[in-house]
Design a protein around this ligand. Structure first.
Ligand code: 5GP
Length: 150
């Protein structure tokens, strides 16, 4: 099991701005926010990636995530936000303990907007999607194997 910075925060050994806590989950403000209200929702179980998380902690996360999103939206006034969850280094995960980012978006403040040229190059989330293709044969083959494991 990992003992990341988030485990230390959960145990209270490292300070944080905690906005929510129950038996399974905490939510804290990100120390290096991409935007106002950037919040991290973290299960107390020290799983590194989402696929390693127990059903109990997954259910607790699912139950509380929309509620925390609502609170962040209301406080910041953001109409849009991203829920981002990185798993593994190649996916951009820096802290090896499951966490969901709630990242409010503020285009009206000149912050980055997906698919539009960036005006100010300041802090913010910039996502780029370059869609590929999926043939009928590929979908049937891939789908068959995934279904078998579920
Ligand atoms: P990841 O890249 O792993 O998805 O995101 C890790 C996030 O954790 C980053 O946004 C980073 O700013 C945040 N973070 C790292 N260390 C700390 C810390 O000690 N306190 C808080 N509040 N956030 C942290």
């Amino acid at each position: 099991m990992t003992d990341s910075i988030f485990s230390k925060i959960i145990r209270g050994e490292v300070p944080s701005h905690k906005v929510y806590e129950d038996d399974f989950v905490i939510a804290i403000l990100d120390i290096a926010p991409l935007s106002e209200g950037h919040t991290l929702v973290i299960p107390k179980e020290p799983a590194e990636t989402l696929d390693e998380l127990s059903d109990d902690h997954a259910a607790a996360l699912g139950r509380v995530l929309p509620r925390i999103c609502r609170a962040v939206k209301r406080v910041t006034g953001a109409e849009s936000y991203n829920l981002l969850q990185n798993n593994g280094q190649a996916a951009g995960q820096a802290v090896p303990h499951v966490h969901f980012h709630i990242i409010p978006r503020f285009p009206e403040r000149g912050e980055a907007v997906d698919g539009k040229p960036d005006k100010d190059n300041g802090p913010g989330l910039r996502t780029t999607w370059k869609p590929g293709t999926l043939t009928q044969e590929e979908a049937l083959e891939l789908g068959k194997h995934i279904k078998r494991l579920l």
